[in-house]
Design a protein around this ligand. Structure first.
Ligand code: PEP
Length: 338
């Protein structure tokens, strides 16, 4: 059972704390003035209260899935460096806890080499798969196996190569390569139809965070996926659809989101799934955080109840660092008592 929001423990801000008054005087119980508080001090007090309240409000649920860490190698590597990374990861395998699922996303060019040479504890994951954007398919399969799509790779090909995972909707594809919410939804449905597990990336820009539309953006991205795959043949959610929350402003910037920010978004994603897909799906879906995760900051984030793993870019190109991030799984299980 997902734990209900701890509404009863939520403290409300006393109405006397108004932002409108230039100076406020707090009074003791007997009515005599105790302290004079300036506006900026009042703001600090209110901000602290708001943060405390958010902490209480957002630790409301947690997933039941295995911790999962992915390495997004992006458009990096040549034959020599990919071989070196594969060797470094293989060398680390004995140091990596068995309680964590792991996938690595090399480029399409290196996918087969990595699949053949990387220890099978690391699953391979493609960085994208093709779907015909204009195709209308009431069955939600979006099969278009005829091949006049120069330069593309289809889910059928990944299935044939026995690639078990595909990463879809990464923000770099959304912003640089025109992947709309709708296309991402179709890609997810198509990949699931071909038996691939998918990692769907969602997340907001800095501008969207600052103008308060973070959840509008993320829920719209999720809705486009749910519309295509909910309850359809071969298109289950559960452990086969992983969601990676990746705030765009944190990707590759070294500016990691705070644990409070991550927990807030993850718990709201889980609540959204509970309300719009099902409670079972909400519990089973792994929600990863991605954005400047490294070997030093992963433990703090892993303690959060709603973080079920990480999607890692830069730090996944170093075998030792990636192994250390995978081992944050034990920190997570300990923190949530599993
Ligand atoms: C990513 O590209 O998915 C990512 C999270 O990158 P980084 O870890 O480098 O921020």
């Amino acid at each position: 059972m997902m734990r209900a929001a701890a509404a009863t423990t939520m403290k409300t801000t006393p109405s006397s704390y108004s932002y409108l008054t230039a100076r406020k005087t707090m009074t003791q119980n007997n009515g005599t003035p105790a302290i004079t508080i300036k506006n900026h001090q009042m703001d600090n007090i209110n901000n602290n209260r708001r943060r405390r309240r958010q902490r209480i409000l957002h630790i409301v649920s947690e997933g039941t899935g295995r911790f999962i860490v992915g390495g997004n190698w992006k458009c990096n590597g040549n034959r020599e460096s990919v071989k070196a990374l594969v060797d470094a990861l293989n060398k680390n395998i004995a140091n990596i806890e068995k309680n964590c699922d792991i996938y690595c996303c090399p480029t399409f060019l290196h996918l087969n080499y990595v699949k053949e040479n990387l220890d099978t504890r690391f699953k391979v994951c493609a960085q994208n798969s093709w779907v015909e954007a204009d195709l209308v398919d009431p069955e939600h399969h979006y099969d278009s196996t005829t091949g006049a799509f120069t330069g593309e790779i289809s889910a059928e090909m990944l299935e044939d190569l026995q690639v078990p995972f595909v990463l879809l909707g990464h923000s770099e594809r959304r912003t640089l390569l025109g992947d709309t919410d709708e296309i991402v939804g179709k890609k997810v449905a198509h990949a699931r139809y071909h038996g691939l597990s998918v990692v769907v990336c969602v997340g907001e820009t800095l501008e969207e965070r600052e103008n308060g539309t973070t959840f509008d953006v993320i829920f719209k991205q999720l809705k486009a996926v749910a519309k295509e795959i909910d309850d359809r043949e071969h298109s289950s959610w559960g452990s086969s659809v992983v969601i990676a929350y990746e705030p765009i402003w944190a990707i590759g910037t070294g500016k990691v989101a705070t644990p409070e920010q991550v927990q807030e978004v993850h718990s709201k994603i889980r609540s959204w799934l509970a309300e719009n897909v099902s409670e079972d799906v909400a519990k089973a879906t792994r929600i990863q955080y991605g954005g400047s995760v490294n070997a030093s900051n992963c433990a703090d984030l892993a303690k959060l109840s709603d973080i079920d793993g990480f999607l890692v870019g830069g730090a996944s190109l170093n075998g030792d660092d990636f192994a250390a991030i995978c081992n944050a799984s034990s920190v997570h299980y300990k923190a949530v008592g599993r």
